[in-house]
Design a protein around this ligand. Structure first.
Ligand SMILES: [Zn+2]
Length: 397
């Protein structure tokens, strides 16, 4: 045990060490110059800390090039710790095992029944985690933490899943506690939209950005907001409920009890209803997208109208938060320009010009993997450094 007191040289050194580790962990790998830029530490301090972390085996340093110049990239050692991601969706369960150097070592997805009980769902998750850890060649005591994604709001105080139309039998279940007891591991829980945002921020279309919104359009409509590089959840955990912006107060009644919410125009149930009459057979959102790409005029019209309406919600978001990028996820994102172009048109029309000017609207690059990769990133973001630093140095370098 060190006897650090706040403000002492060794506690300052320790704090700097932790800043460097956190920056490297969230980025995957960084050059020493990039570490200095993102932590605000001097080049000499970064150089000393990296040398120390390298000697203890916490990080590895490799030659690379940056802007045509030789540079050295720093990443966490591949055996510094293992993280697990578990993503429960409307119709799927996806599990991934990765290391702190951002390598995904094993990953698997399987369909689950929409009315599966929470107990059956957790049984299956437990089996998949054990199987994938074995496949990756790691024992469970190497796991630093598990990120868990659920398709509904989590009560910040009780950890209970709020009312959800997506997994009706799960209301009131405390998913984090349940999975933690079963696995004997630390579990961090968040909703699917926040994890999609984290996934795209760390691994996908949002890399290197500090301010973005990830908008997921599936059965429900939600968003994950990243402000200054951090997910913004709000005190009750409900920030980002873009699906319940009122577009028409005389519109259809929404599951939230209001009328004419954005979700009642673009949620998959509502979109499919518009097409049922003249598209026989069982339609899904991804089938509609596929038909639209093949030229089906009705499907193209429905997707374009959805884009315009999503754009109205996005315009409001831009006026309030001025994000740099909007990343569209969920099945509707597969429509590409058929949906993105009407979103951009609406933003141009309804957002104040200075809020929309620097905005880009792009599809996510991770597809259906965004949430499970976000679950890995959630552990990296929430974990402390104590499990990672191998030989804490008591004296400043
Ligand atoms: Zn609503």
């Amino acid at each position: 045990m060190s006897m650090d007191t706040p403000g002492s040289q060794s506690s300052l050194h320790r704090a700097n060490l932790e800043r460097v580790l956190r920056a490297v962990r969230m980025a995957g790998s960084l050059t020493q110059a990039e570490i200095a830029r993102s932590t605000g530490l001097s080049a000499a301090t970064v150089s000393n800390i990296v040398r120390e972390l390298k000697e203890s085996g916490t990080v590895v340093v490799a030659d690379t090039s940056s802007g045509g110049r030789r540079a050295r990239s720093v990443s966490l050692s591949g055996d510094a710790g293992i993280v697990v991601g578990v993503d429960f969706g409307h119709t799927h369960l996806r599990v991934a095992v990765g290391n702190l150097a951002h390598r995904v070592l094993a990953e698997e997805s399987e369909p689950i029944d929409t009315d599966v009980s929470a107990q059956q769902g957790f049984d299956r998750a437990e089996q998949m985690v054990a199987k994938l850890l074995k496949q990756a060649g790691f024992r469970s005591d190497k796991v630093i933490g598990v990120g868990l994604g659920v398709p509904g709001p989590i009560d910040v105080e009780t950890g209970a899943l709020g009312s959800t139309a997506i997994l009706p039998g799960w209301t009131g279940v405390r998913p984090g506690q349940e999975l933690s007891q079963r696995l004997g591991m630390q579990v961090y829980v968040d909703n699917d939209a926040n994890l999609g945002a984290l996934g795209e921020l760390v691994w996908g279309a949002g890399r290197g950005l500090g301010d973005l919104a990830y908008i997921k359009v599936a059965s429900g409509v939600g968003s994950g907001l990243v402000i200054n590089g951090q997910i913004y959840r709000g005190p009750g955990g409900t920030a980002g409920e873009i699906g319940h912006i009122t577009l028409d107060e005389a519109g259809p009644v929404c599951r939230c009890g209001n009328r004419g919410c954005l979700e009642t125009f673009v949620g998959s149930r509502y979109l499919l209803n518009l097409l049922n009459a003249n598209h026989p057979g069982e339609l899904t959102l991804s089938k509609v997208v596929q038909l639209a790409h093949q030229g089906d005029l009705g499907c193209r019209r429905v997707i374009a109208d959805a884009g315009r309406q999503i754009g109205m919600g996005v315009a409001t978001l831009c006026n309030l938060l001025n994000p740099r990028r909007i990343i569209l996820g969920g099945d509707l994102a597969e429509a590409g320009e058929l949906v993105l172009s009407p979103i951009r048109d609406s933003v141009a029309r309804y957002a104040i010009p200075s809020a929309g000017r620097q905005l880009s609207v792009v599809p996510g690059t991770l597809g259906g993997r965004a949430e499970v990769l976000g679950a890995l990133a959630l552990v990296m973001s929430e974990m402390g450094e104590s499990g990672v630093i191998r030989q804490p140095s008591a004296v400043g370098a």
